[in-house]
Write a protein that binds this ligand. Structure first.
Ligand code: KG4
Ligand code: ZN
Length: 363
């Protein structure tokens, strides 16, 4: 019988320098032995968003320490690791290069397999690390860089059902916050202020609502928020709260509508009439108003809503190590020629490998 696999994972695709050790039993049960994450949010806050060059330099500075911390926390020596996995894309190329090079060097030095992981696959397989989530399931990923629905049919077998045609949802929160001078990252601040506001005061658009399919669009909403703010003589604290509440209300209604459509598409594509798991991941999954709305939609659609604990919804290396473990268990590994792929759609059929704008980078 195959032995358990112990994998070191490295994540440097955006503004978290992360390393983790995960174990997978031959039965497919996952255990996180360590999960070290260093957020660079303070480094980027003065700029109101992630600066690629700043991120890459910070990854270089901290990565070695984070890997050492992950091994120490797990109480595992490098020689006990069965493989090293690192995010190869999508993400910021400078940071990806730092993590991928480190992983290759460590794997090469130890004579162990190396796995170049798609960051989105990390998010997609997280529910299987937490419990024995059976395929197929539906994933909604809503973060600062992505807003998409994936039909997860198996390891390496994904169908993108819908995506954003412009901004990512987290980005829309961040831009709304920036407009109101709330600081970065904006999501939590918008949510806090929204709790004190009137969600009916401003009639913001519900982009894509009722449209065929389950794509998203947030740039029109962003423009409406900006125009509303600019039309006010000066923005009082109550105005700011009302803008946040109205914006969040528009988001919640839009996302709920898209989820209903995605569930229908999932059933059509899989022929799955029964209850299926619906996973929500990405930083925006922390939003309580959205969670509450999704609980209602899940009840109405008769799907099993799974929202991983927030530290596993946001970027981390445990999910990268786990994706590596799932792939290694299937006998897969990558060779040293694996390169960073700043744009790397999970679903190779429906997405452009390169490009920008519509269904491009943020897709
Ligand atoms: O997954 P994540 O940590 O990083 C990536 O973008 O990959 O997601 C960060 C995003 C940011 O845009 C942040 O503003 C948003 O998630 N976010 C939230 C909340 N907490 C974080 N958006 C809305 N409500 C929140 N409570
Ligand atoms: Zn992510």
């Amino acid at each position: 019988m195959a032995a358990a696999l112990t994998i070191l994972g490295i994540e440097t695709s955006c503004d978290e320098t992360a390393a983790a050790v995960v174990r997978r039993t031959p039965e497919g049960i996952g255990k996180i032995l360590s999960n070290a994450v260093l957020s660079q949010v303070k480094d980027h806050a003065p700029f109101g968003g992630v600066v690629p060059e700043v991120a890459a330099r910070a990854h270089i500075l901290h990565q070695e320490r984070m890997v050492a911390m992950a091994l120490r926390d797990a109480d595992v020596g490098l020689s006990e690791i069965d493989a090293v996995a690192a995010t190869a894309g999508p993400g910021l190329s400078g940071g990806l290069l730092v993590g991928l090079t480190m992983a290759k060097a460590m794997a090469f030095a130890e004579g162990k397999p190396f796995l170049a992981i798609n960051h989105l696959e990390g998010h997609a397989l997280t529910p299987r690390l937490l419990g024995n989530c059976q395929f197929p399931y539906l994933l909604l990923l809503v973060s600062g860089g992505h807003s998409q629905f994936q039909l997860v049919r198996g390891v390496g077998d994904y169908v993108r059902l819908g995506t954003t045609v412009d901004d990512a949802l987290g980005e829309a929160f961040d831009k709304t916050a920036k407009l109101l001078g709330l600081g970065y990252p904006g999501g939590p601040q918008v949510e806090t202020l929204a709790a004190k506001g009137d969600g009916k005061r401003f009639a913001f658009p519900r982009p894509m609502k009722s449209r065929v399919g389950c794509d998203f669009s947030f740039s029109g909403l962003k423009t409406a928020v900006r125009e509303t703010a600019m039309a006010l003589p000066h923005i009082t604290e109550q105005d700011g709260a009302d803008i946040c509440a109205s914006f969040q209300q528009a988001v919640v209604e839009t996302v709920s509508d898209r989820v209903r459509h995605a569930c229908t598409m999932f059933r059509e594509r899989t022929g799955h009439a029964a209850r299926f798991p619906f996973i929500v991941a990405g930083g925006v999954a922390a939003n309580q108003a959205l969670r509450h709305a999704l609980e209602q939609v899940a009840g109405e659609q008769d799907v099993e809503l799974i929202v991983p604990p927030i530290h596993l919804c946001t970027d981390n290396a445990a999910m990268i190590a786990w994706a590596g473990a799932e792939r290694l268990a299937l006998g897969q590994e990558d060779d040293w020629s694996a390169a960073v792929r700043p744009r790397w759609p999970l679903d190779r059929i429906s997405a452009p490998a390169y490009g920008s704008g519509r269904l491009g980078a943020k897709a």
